[in-house]
Structure formats: C-alpha cells, structure tokens
Design a binder for this molecule. Structure first.
Ligand code: HEC
Ligand code: HEC
Length: 466
C-alpha cells in the first residue's frame, strides 16, 4: 500500500516536473566559439541630445493612451521637481507622460523612465535600471476593467475612445504575459513579444490571430544602465539587438502606435534619443577610495577581467564581447528563451528589419560582457539581478540563495558594494529574491574565485572608480 502511494506520488511529481519543464524553452547546441567580438554597425549619429531627452519625457512615441481627464487623481499636488516639466506634464509623475494623440486628444501613458530611472539613496537617478518594480500580479483584470470603464464612459466613435483604442488592444493582449514570479524582475522582453505577436509585421496594424505562440514560462530580467549604450555594438543582455539602434529603441512604441505610418513618424525622434543616450554619464562614486588599493586592483583587473570588459581611465577600450553560455556559465534560460522565441523571425521579417535603416535580431547562446562604467551603483548584478553586491560577483561562495532588501528605501553597502540585504531561510517576503526559480540562479562567472581576500578587496576598490 505504502509503495503504491509512493509510486503514485512519484508519478504525480514527475508529471508536474515535466509540465513545468515543458513550459520552458528548449534550445540545445553550442556555439563554435567561447568569446567573440561583435563588430559595429552604422548608426545615425547626427541627433541632438537635448531634443532627445525632451522627446523621451514629453514625446508622443507611445501613440495612444488613457484620457488625461481620467488620470486627474494620480496627478501630483505640487509641480514635479524630478524632471521639472512644464505645461501638460507639470504635475504628472516622472514615469508617466501626457501628450496629444494624433487626433488632438490629451492622453497619458508610461514612458521609458518607468523602467529606466530608479530610486537610489533618496534620489531618482535617470538612466539607472529600476530593480524595484513588482510585476507579480496578473494585469488581465485591470486591462478588462479599463476597457470596461472606457466603453461605459465613451462611445466607440468618441475622440477620447479613438485616442485610447490602440493602447487598449495591446494592453489587453500583453496583460496575461507580463506577470513574473520574481519581485524586481522586469518583463520588457515579454511585453514586446506579446505586442508584436498581435501586429502585422509589414504595416504593424493589429491582427487578432497571434503571429506565433509565446513560451509559457514568464522569464524577466534586471534592467541595464542606459549610459552603456555609447560603447555597445549590440543591445540587450544577450546581444540580440543589431543594426540601427534608433529602430531598436523605438520598440517600446509597439505598446500603442496604430501602424507603420505612425511608426515612421515617431522613429525620427529616436535619432535624438540616441544622441541623448550617448551623452549620458554614469554617477561617480560618492565616497573616498583607498588609492593604493585602487592601483593594486587595476593591475589585477587588467590581467583577469579586461579581456572581456575592456579598460578604463585614460586608455579606454571596450571589446564588445559576446561570451558563450559554456564559458560564462551564468543562468542560461534568458539566452535560450530568445533563441526559441517567435519574435525573432517576426522581427527580422518586419518593418523594423525590412525598411531602411535596418535593425535586426541575432540570438546566440551567449551573454554580452557589459561595460562596467558606474558598476558600483547598479546592483543587483548579472542579467537576472541574482547577486546583491560586487564582492559576491567576484566570490561565488558568498552569493546568498534567498536574500531580501526593504524596497525602494533599501540601504546601500559601500564595503561589499551593492544592496544591504538579509539572508532569508525561505523564499518568502515581498522583496525576497529567490535564486531557485528557473532563470534566476546565481551560478556562473567564476572569474574572481581565484582571488585571495585582499586581491578581491583591491578589485572591488578599483571597480568603485569606473
Ligand atoms: C517596461 C520596462 C521598460 C520600458 C518602458 C523601456 N525599457 Fe528599455 N529595457 C528594459 C529592460 C528590462 C531591458 C533589458 C532587456 C534585455 O537586455 O534583454 C531594456 C533594455 C534597453 C536598452 C539596451 C541597453 C543595453 O545596454 O543593451 C536600451 C538602450 C533601452 N532599453 C532604451 C529604452 C528606451 C529609449 C525606452 C523608451 C522608449 C525604453 N527602453 C523603455 C525595460 C524597459
Ligand atoms: C570570459 C569573459 C569574462 C571575464 C574574463 C570576466 N567577465 Fe565579468 N562578465 C562577463 C559576462 C558575459 C557577464 C554577463 C553575465 C550575465 O549577465 O549573465 C559579466 C558580468 C560581470 C559583472 C556584472 C555586470 C552587471 O551589470 O550586472 C561584473 C561586475 C563583472 N562581470 C566583473 C568582472 C570582473 C571584475 C572580472 C575579473 C575578475 C570579470 N568580470 C571577468 C564576462 C567576463
């Protein structure tokens, strides 16, 4: 009897395990290289940085949104001081933009700073990835409620409804796909995937029938710092984004633009956004450093790390290296995910890749070795945000399995350089990072493991100065 029970239990567990696995992308194979250099592609470098930032925080690149009138309750009591915007946006929180839809209606929608600006030690740092968002709830009901409310309040022929319609559709389509299972993880890739799944690749208009199926597993990532764009020849953690960067940056607009005619118009603004991105500088380390230790650390860094991450200071170099999974050994799931996603074929057959200047996706089973400028400020580390500080990046044994911060007001640790965290016994609690979940393991990147304690401390001291 006992055996039968055990067998049934075993079979059940096995089925469950298979089931979870079935939802994960399967990508087998290996690359013919361990580390490869990505060559530059032609970029449009004649944009205006100031105009770019203005467009980023005031521009109409999302195309449609919720009526301005309905947003009244979310408005700030006092004019916003973070961006100091004027006019329509004077009292709008920094992560949201009010703009006029093509038919003249005032609407609001999120902007790039929702994910690319972050609270940090009492300030909002523009360009820093926000690791404090929590997408662990299903937005399907909210999407339905908004649609319901809009239908109740406005006729389909009303100008307000028309200025909302495209966003309403894509919000509804993406809502079931952007729920995550890890606090702090950002589902931007799945958001793009879900929107493009319902766009005709050529004219970008809405299609009801999905163009491809999405993997079930809700993979998400950390958010990279934007000040690295000027050094990079390929965008995204896995280096998938190639060719013209303005088209890649413009992808956020798939959330609300109606078609490729609107896309052609909006994309021109991204030449200026690219110029702004290229002008961004990382924050400098705010405390004193030990110069002797820095000098010692620099020598160690150049011997052990520069080959992949480049050199800093007077002789700046950045080799743009893509490192095979077998070499870096960090969690492979995100790289594999892109490798198996229907978005790649869609993208490469779409307006983004078929009209000039061209951008395209080139997935590989690898991650980019990122530039390390401002690395002291951008914890947590690795593409999946699994490691809370630099000391642990360089010492795999010091990486906690379940760790938690307090949220947006979390304190920073200037010794180990990263977030002050608490080790948890179990993966519970609002801000607990769970490295057992698929896609979030803290394994790999063993390049600092051979250092002695003193050597590691010297390298961490040096990293503060980048
Ligand atoms: C919903 C959150 C979100 C929004 C909104 C968003 N991004 Fe991102 N962005 C991300 C995440 C997450 C990544 C990392 C994805 C990856 O590398 O695979 C990323 C990557 C990037 C990168 C690549 C950086 C690098 O080092 O490779 C750039 C550049 C970028 N975003 C610019 C923008 C701009 C410009 C906008 C607004 C038009 C924007 N993003 C809107 C979340 C977002
Ligand atoms: C063989 C190439 C290679 C070498 C050598 C190497 N790295 Fe890396 N490094 C990578 C790759 C690839 C990543 C991205 C891994 C990921 O996100 O999964 C990375 C990530 C990092 C990160 C985290 C970046 C972030 O924004 O989260 C830091 C910090 C870092 N490396 C520092 C170092 C230091 C210091 C050394 C020398 C001890 C070193 N690396 C040696 C390839 C390398």
């Amino acid at each position: 009897m006992k055996t039968r029970f055990a067998l049934t239990l075993f079979a059940l567990l096995f089925l469950l395990a298979c089931n979870t696995y079935k939802n994960l992308p399967e990508a087998e194979g290996s690359l013919p290289y361990k580390v490869v250099k990505i060559p530059p592609s032609e970029q449009q470098l004649d944009g205006d940085p100031e105009a770019g930032f203005d467009f980023l925080i005031n521009g109409d690149y999302i195309g449609s949104g919720v009526p301005y009138g309905l947003f009244k309750r979310q408005m700030l009591k006092e004019p916003d001081t973070i961006l100091g915007r004027k006019g329509l946006n004077e009292r709008v929180p920094y992560a949201v933009t009010a703009f006029r839809a093509p038919n003249g209606q005032k609407v609001v929608n999120g902007n790039c700073l929702t994910c690319h600006a972050s609270p940090f030690q009492g300030e909002i740092v523009i360009g820093m990835g926000n690791s404090f968002s929590d997408y662990r709830r299903n937005l399907t009901t909210m999407a339905k409620l908004i649609n319901f409310g809009m239908n109740l309040k406005y006729k389909k022929s009303a100008a307000e409804y028309q200025a909302y319609e495209a966003f309403g559709k894509y919000f509804r389509e993406m809502a079931p796909h952007i729920e995550t299972n890890q606090a702090g993880a950002n589902p931007a890739f799945r958001l793009a995937e879900a929107c493009m799944m319902h766009r005709d690749p050529v004219d970008l208009t809405y299609v009801k029938e999905p163009n491809y199926e999405m993997n079930k597993y809700p993979i998400a990532t950390d958010v990279p710092a934007l000040w690295h764009v000027k050094k990079k020849n390929a965008l995204y953690y896995n280096g998938i984004g190639r060719g013209d960067f303005t088209k890649l940056l413009f992808q956020a607009s798939v959330l609300g633009i109606p078609d490729s005619a609107a896309a052609r118009k909006a994309v021109t603004g991204f030449k200026d956004v690219l110029a702004w991105l290229r002008s961004l500088e990382p924050p400098t380390y705010p405390k004193a450093v030990n110069q002797d230790l820095v000098a010692k650390g620099e020598i160690l860094f150049e011997k052990t790390c520069s080959n992949c991450h480049g050199t800093y200071g007077e002789n700046e170099t950045y080799p743009n290296k893509l490192v095979a999974l077998e070499e870096v050994k960090t969690d492979p799931l995100y790289a594999k995910y892109a490798y198996t996603s229907g978005i790649v074929e869609w993208y490469n057959n779409s307006w983004f890749a078929q009209s000039s200047p061209r951008s395209y996706f080139e997935p590989e089973l690898a991650y980019m070795a990122p530039p390390l400028d401002g690395i002291w400020a951008t914890a947590p580390y690795f593409h999946n945000g699994s490691v809370p500080n630099l000391d642990a990046v360089l010492n795999s044994k010091a990486r906690p399995q379940y760790w938690s911060r307090t949220g947006e007001d979390a304190a920073y640790d200037y010794t180990h350089v990263g977030w002050v965290y608490q080790i948890q016994e179990k993966p519970t609690g609002k801000w607990t990072f769970n490295t057992d979940l698929p896609g979030y393991s803290n394994k790999g990147h063993y390049f600092g493991d051979e250092f002695t304690r003193d050597e590691r401390q010297a390298v961490v001291e040096y990293l503060k100065t980048l």
